[in-house]
Design a protein. Structure first.
Length: 94
């Protein structure tokens, strides 16, 4: 299986995906990072927990979403491989 040259960022809006769906989208075990947006909503960026160990390519789009004020050269970390961005428009559990 060949690695994608350009990782994909999948956007989902306020929809719960199963663990299996998330693992399929990112290509491995999931890691979640929660971020607050300027308008008070919560974003979740889900990525492959072992993406760096698997030498997956940098996902510039997802990294920019995580660190909007930084360039790829100055970001304190990077997201690699495919990622899922979920924007929660309602509080969890509601």
């Amino acid at each position: 299986m060949t690695k994608p040259l350009n990782p994909v960022t999948t956007y989902v809006d306020d929809r719960q995906l199963s663990l299996e769906e998330l693992q399929g989208l990112v290509g491995g075990r999931i890691q979640l990072v929660a971020i607050q947006t300027d308008d008070g909503k919560e974003k979740h960026i889900i990525m492959d927990e072992e993406g760096k160990l698997k030498n997956k390519p940098i996902n510039a789009e997802a990294t920019k979403l995580w660190f909007p004020e930084d360039s790829l050269l100055t970001a304190p970390d990077w997201i690699v491989g495919n990622a899922v961005l979920s924007i929660l428009t309602s509080p969890p559990g509601s």
